[in-house]
Design a protein around this ligand. Structure first.
Ligand code: FAD
Ligand code: NAP
Ligand code: SF4
Length: 678
């Protein structure tokens, strides 16, 4: 057999990896991600379609979302479990679909321990997790043995179901991690005490799975490389654990970073790319097993750079495969510019899972809906005008063109993107540039006739079979006394750099945009998302990480560029409606920059003495240079009525349709769904 030539752009990414009993075609692992399709038998056909599409896209090895080995290990009541033989059949649908595409799939076995959102949860010690209202029962010695047996049984059933292996979830603060860390393991028996005893549970699980499932079964151990909690492991204990699981029979060591209760963000968009890969690389001298780096790896260039360093053997990406199932195929054929890059927003994946909704993806609404949202070629290609190249219009135009329609896209400004052009300027939201790069390329590939600087009106839209209005939103003006003072600024003028902002600023409106504008105004210099060292200082991640448990040090408050007050009329804590899994990061980032966020504010007016407020009935005057208004949006839809009256076939999407609670997730999904049935 002749060896494949080295890939010209990504030689390390596309080098095969020999595991002894099987060879993986490339160095990409699709990491475990809960989709919400794991929990009910009736969703397994959809789960099979989801994995099948990613297998077709050329991923070397994939891992399912977590399945519990028993009901004690549930993430939530009735979440996906593999503990009975009768459950095997439904899994075969998934494994057959993957094998039909020559790919490999491992089942992740995840025991939630004290993170289980139910009253049956167990843990090494009866210590409640700060992020869970339920308290765990401490496992008895017999109970510990029963959990190990359940892991082994789940692995055997996985083998029967056709999985190529299992991943044992040993990180993120779940049960195995709860055993390994003194934070949560206060036992005095053989399963607690010194590091050897604490890691015995994990090591026994690996050892017994290997013994039960044989040598030709992939066994990935997800090792918490840095716990990012007080009372986590030291680096030396991580090394000790890695050696022990290697000796016990693991085939690969995958990386886990941080516990769910950690105060450090680990995967949000403001976390620098590949922020933790160097920690995985530090394990290289200590074990011979292939090592897998993870977290905030989303482009082929980043993946190649990590692998080229020589200390890491694979990269794991999870969300990037929601965003683009063809990620590997596009990189392999040197079409990285066609990849729909994950922007790490969490809005449609993790946020959905935490709300008990099916996961999908902000930039790819087909994710986890592969059988339901299908972009088939149209039998009757039509001439379609799309007005507005914000993300709603971009999604609609490109999907419609991909389906064979002849699409003209009118954009009044000189660039595509609409509000995304403002979002991408926020420090920590640099990834939003990727979405605009993706759509630019799609416009070329799909042959969309893009007309920039073209403000469409009824005359321009004559002769089309259908007109899609995606004219977006306009900022809502505030109406407090003095709102027309030149010191009152619109957020779009601020973010577009059309106005100078002084050193003392009040922001009216503490929604998503108010928070983003505060970030923009509070930062100076390079965004921490682009500078891993300053990001680590800001969040208190120990750059030396050796003896300090969990790798935490005191965070350093970054210098604030301005004095900022962020205000809302609603009583209570501002920022409560920000993203489920990211809101806390925005709140913490602004707090560390000294931004004062206030609820229960009445705006009495702006005059020469300052900005007069009543805060929960108490008067206060802020001495500010400017007031920036971030008071929500209103639909910009001036064309619909006249076009309908003139008999045009009109559709309205995105902010032009409904401005309330508009976000890019809804805009892209609405545009794509409309285009799928035009
Ligand atoms: P718009 O983006 O408003 O686009 C409308 C387009 O139509 C514009 O380009 C406009 O020039 C054009 N247009 C208008 N009239 C005409 C005409 N007659 N002819 C031709 N063209 C016309 N959302 C999220 O989901 N997550 C975030 O993290 C996030 N962050 C944000 C941060 C900021 C600072 C801002 C401002 C917004 C953010 N958003 C975020 C919101 C998100 O960007 C918007 O919801 C989304 O872009 C709306 O898309 P749209 O296509 O409906 O409208
Ligand atoms: P928003 O979230 O609805 O917030 C609007 C803010 O303006 C609220 O704080 C509201 O609070 C205030 N407000 C409303 N009417 C006002 C008035 N007449 N006078 C003074 N204040 C008023 O809207 P947004 O911040 O403009 O964001 C728009 C959308 O973009 C959001 O739906 C969001 O999903 C999306 N977005 C998301 C993110 C993200 O990180 N996920 C980031 C940015 C934007 P009070 O009524 O209490 O004063
Ligand atoms: Fe990535 Fe956002 Fe899509 Fe989740 S929703 S996969 S974070 S782009």
């Amino acid at each position: 057999m002749t060896a494949e030539p080295r890939h010209p752009l990504y030689p390390h990414l596309f080098a095969p990896l020999d595991l002894g009993f099987c060879t993986l075609p490339n160095r990409v692992l699709m990491g475990s991600m809960h989709t919400g399709l794991e929990d009910r038998a009736r969703d397994f056909a959809k789960l099979a379609a989801y994995f099948s599409e990613r297998a077709q896209g050329g991923v070397g090895l994939m891992v399912t979302g977590g399945f519990s080995p028993n009901i004690r290990g549930w993430l939530k009541p009735f979440s996906g479990t593999l503990s009975m033989r009768w459950q095997v059949r439904r899994h075969r649908q998934v494994t057959s679909a993957v094998h039909a595409n020559d790919a490999r799939l491992c089942l992740q076995i995840l025991h939630a321990g004290r993170y289980g959102y139910h009253p049956l949860q167990v843990a090494p010690t009866a210590l409640k997790a700060p992020i869970n209202p339920f308290s765990p029962k401490a496992l008895t010695t017999r109970g510990v043995e029963r959990q190990i047996a359940a892991f082994v049984r789940a692995a055997q059933l996985a083998r029967e179901a056709g999985y190529d292996g299992v991943e044992v979830m040993g990180s993120e603060g779940y049960l195995l991690n709860q055993f390994t860390a003194p934070r949560t393991n206060r036992r005095a028996d053989a399963w607690g005490g010194d590091a050897t005893n604490r890691m015995r549970f994990a090591v026994e699980i690996v050892r017994q799975i290997r013994e039960a499932c044989g040598p030709d079964f992939i066994l990935i151990y997800r090792l918490s490389m840095i716990d990012l909690v007080d009372g986590g492991l030291t680096w030396d204990e991580v090394v000790q654990q890695a050696r022990a699981v290697e000796a016990a029979g693991a085939s690969l060591i995958n990386t886990g970073v941080g516990w769910h209760e950690s105060r450090v963000p680990t995967i949000a968009t403001s976390v620098p790319r590949a922020a933790f890969s160097d920690i995985t690389a530090r394990l290289r001298p200590h074990v011979a097993l292939p090592l897998v780096a993870t977290n905030r790896i989303n482009t082929p260039d980043v993946a190649e750079r990590i692998l080229a360093g020589g200390d890491v053997d694979m990269v794991s990406m999870a969300r990037p495969f929601l965003a683009d199932p063809q990620w590997v195929a596009k990189a392999r054929t040197s079409r990285a510019d066609e990849i729909n890059t994950c922007i790490a927003c969490n809005q449609a994946c993790l946020d959905h899972v935490f709300q008990n909704r099916r996961a999908t993806c902000l930039v790819n609404p087909r994710a986890c809906h592969e059988t339901e949202l299908v972009y088939t070629k149209s039998d009757t290609p039509r001439r379609i005008a799309v007005v507005g190249a914000g993300v709603a219009g971009l999604a609609c135009a490109t999907v419609a063109a991909q389906r064979g329609h002849r699409v003209t896209l009118f954009e009044a400004s000189g660039a595509i993107g609409g509000q995304f052009n403002l979002a991408r300027r926020i420090p920590g939201k640099e990834e939003f540039n990727e979405t605009l790069r993706y759509y630019s390329r799609r416009i070329e590939l799909d042959g969309v006739d893009l007309r920039l600087n073209a403000h469409a009106d009824a005359a321009a839209l004559r002769g089309f079979d259908a007109v899609v209005l995606a004219t977006g939103v306009l900022p809502r003006a505030a109406n407090f006394p003095g709102h027309d003072d030149p010191r009152v600024l619109r957020y779009d003028d601020v973010l577009a750099g059309r106005v100078e902002v002084g050193p003392r600023v009040a922001i009216v409106g503490a929604g998503g945009i108010g928070y983003d504008v505060a970030e923009y105004l509070a930062h100076s210099g390079v965004s921490p998302a682009l500078d891993a060292a300053s990001w680590r200082r800001e969040w208190g991640v120990d750059p030396g990480y050796r003896d300090v448990r969990g790798g935490l040090i005191e965070p350093e408050s970054p210098p604030a560029a301005r004095r900022i007050w962020l205000l809302q009329r609603t009583q209570g804590r501002p920022g409560a409606r920000l993203g489920k899994t990211t809101g806390w990061i925005h709140r913490a980032s602004l707090k560390s920059r000294g931004v004062i966020a206030l609820g229960g504010v009445q705006y009495l007016g702006l005059d020469t003495a300052g900005f007069h407020l009543s805060i929960n009935g108490e008067s206060q005057t802020l001495d500010v240079d400017h007031v920036v208004v971030c008071a929500g949006q209103e639909s910009n839809n001036p064309l619909e009525t006249s076009l309908r009256a003139a008999g045009y076939a009109v559709h309205v999407i995105g902010g032009a349709d409904v401005a309330v609670e508009l976000d890019a997730k809804r805009a892209i999904a609405q545009g794509s769904r409309l285009a799928a049935c035009l």
